[in-house]
Design a protein around this ligand. Structure first.
Ligand code: BG6
Length: 483
């Protein structure tokens, strides 16, 4: 258990001039400020390598907010900007940390640190913080991915962090857990009586998880080419989604209970067999009627990094025996969509078969983004006298979240995560054993690729990945949801 719960009144942001900070962190903090959710005396100290004054940083922050935060959520922007101070720090040298400590001042009420820097800087940063005493007392640290590039490097990072922070003070971020619809998955499963009794291999035939993006490399050339889709998306976001779908009911919505259940699922993942993983890399193609370049062209050189991966995964436990989890993610796919599809089985006996009607199995589609909705496909009788036989047709029971909650503000995932970091709730953060179980499974896939000399298959930008990804499900008689 944490020493004692505390709400930090100091927030220290590393990587404060970076892309994540400008697009997500500063807008989230400003929106929280606007809603009066940040304590009045919370001071935010921003740091990065660039030399600049606090004044100049506030200008940068203002520009970022104007670009990335809706005007109605930054009505108190000037007041928010006043909370910000900036201290340049080169993480690899000891200088700078003293000034950081001076700016932070008295943090006896609590300090929350958010580290979104390259993992190669983690160790040096923690050493620097330790030297000026900023790891002791009421201090917690949030770590943004990537936390290593395989199990060994992830352990190294975790060990380094653990030297200065106990696990209850380490908040590993997976921003998918901050998404409203992802949390809603738990409400759907555990706040309704309807689903849990059928949430197992007796009633579920398979599960599909898709995280499709239309964007390509964007500006993250070096990082992405070293990473690839498997490590960038599957190792973290997709496995967390899988764990939330597959886990046993936790006893409480609380950090230990939820994470205990997730880690059991992650440890029950079976090693994938040859033929259960397809990787791909996009070539030039068309998206929304526009020509887009291929990956190698964007990168400026040939590469064997995968920008797409499809996997048939298995959770080896009683509940999920024989239920495949098909995972698929990629860049430059035809649309941006994150969704979970739970395909139920056929009714055991159709009373309508003799009347020429076919009952299709129910399907639950949980749309995470961009459309937040839950759709349950049910069979219904087509109205009519049925002289030539009964006709059945699937009809959706549809809950469009934005309509159902039109009176409630939609929040950026990081708003929730930053607030939980400041207030010390670890429920939506990833524990060390989870990250390591994730890496173990991913490393085995990568080792298989290496042994087999696997290189990604090509797919045209704007298509749903290589045809082998379609074959992966088709040979089980299953189609991807978009097909
Ligand atoms: C990040 C990946 O973790 O998630 C990116 O590094 C990806 O490659 C992003 O684009 C997707 O996040 P979201 O919230 O836009 O689905």
């Amino acid at each position: 258990m944490p020493d004692s719960p505390f709400t930090a009144d100091r927030l220290l942001l590393f990587g404060a001039t970076g892309d994540l900070s400008q697009r997500m962190l500063l807008p989230s903090l400003c929106a929280l400020h606007d809603d009066g959710l940040l304590a009045r005396d919370l001071k935010i100290v921003a740091t990065a390598r660039s030399e600049m004054s606090s004044e100049a940083f506030r200008d940068l922050a203002r520009a970022a907010l104007e670009q990335h935060l809706a005007a109605n959520r930054r009505q108190d922007m000037d007041e928010f900007l006043h909370r910000l101070a900036y201290v340049p720090v080169d993480a690899t040298t000891p200088e700078g940390y003293d000034e950081l400590a001076r700016q932070i001042g008295d943090y006896s009420d609590g300090l929350a640190i958010f580290l979104s820097t390259a993992p190669s800087l983690f160790e040096a940063t923690i050493a620097g913080l330790e030297r000026v005493g900023l790891t002791r007392g009421k201090v917690r640290i949030g770590l943004e991915k990537p936390l290593g590039s395989d199990l060994a490097s992830s352990r190294e990072i975790n060990d380094a962090v653990a030297q200065a922070f106990s696990e209850d003070r380490i908040f590993r971020i997976d921003h998918y857990l901050g998404k409203e619809t992802v949390q809603n998955l738990l409400a759907l499963r555990f706040a309704n009586i309807l689903f849990e009794p059928v949430w197992n291999s007796n009633y579920i035939e398979h599960v599909q998880i898709t995280v499709a993006e239309t964007v390509g490399l964007e500006s993250r050339v070096a990082y992405y080419d070293d990473s690839g889709a498997l490590r960038d998306m599957v190792q973290n976001h997709m496995l967390q989604l899988l764990a939330l779908v597959a886990m046993e009911p936790p006893t409480h919505f609380e950090a230990t209970a939820v994470r205990d259940e997730k880690v059991k699922v992650l440890r029950a993942l079976r090693r994938t067999a040859a033929g259960e993983v397809v990787s791909g890399q996009y070539e030039g193609g068309a998206l929304d009627g526009e020509r887009v370049p291929g990956y190698a062209e964007e990168l400026g050189k040939d590469s064997i990094t995968e920008t797409f991966v499809a996997i048939k995964a298995h959770v080896d436990n009683w509940r999920w025996k024989g239920v495949p989890f098909y995972l698929r993610t990629g860049k430059r796919l035809p649309e941006r969509v994150t969704e979970i599809v739970v395909q139920f089985r056929q009714v055991p006996h159709s009373i309508f078969a003799g009347r020429g009607a076919k009952a299709l199995p129910n399907r639950l589609v949980i749309g995470i983004q961009p459309t937040e909705n839950i759709q349950l496909t049910m069979m219904a009788k087509v109205p009519g006298l049925g002289r030539e036989g009964i006709r059945l047709r699937p009809v959706p029971l549809d809950i469009a979240m934005p309509d159902a909650f039109s009176d409630v503000e939609r929040r950026i995932a990081y708003e929730r995560l930053l607030l939980d970091l400041i207030e010390g709730d670890q429920t939506l953060f990833v524990r060390r054993d989870e990250v390591e179980a994730q890496w173990e499974w991913i490393d085995a896939i990568r080792a298989g690729w290496q042994d087999d000399g696997m290189t990604p298959r090509r797919y045209a930008a704007g298509t749903w990945g290589p045809s082998a990804a379609i074959a992966l499900t088709e040979r089980d008689g299953v189609s991807w949801h978009d097909e």
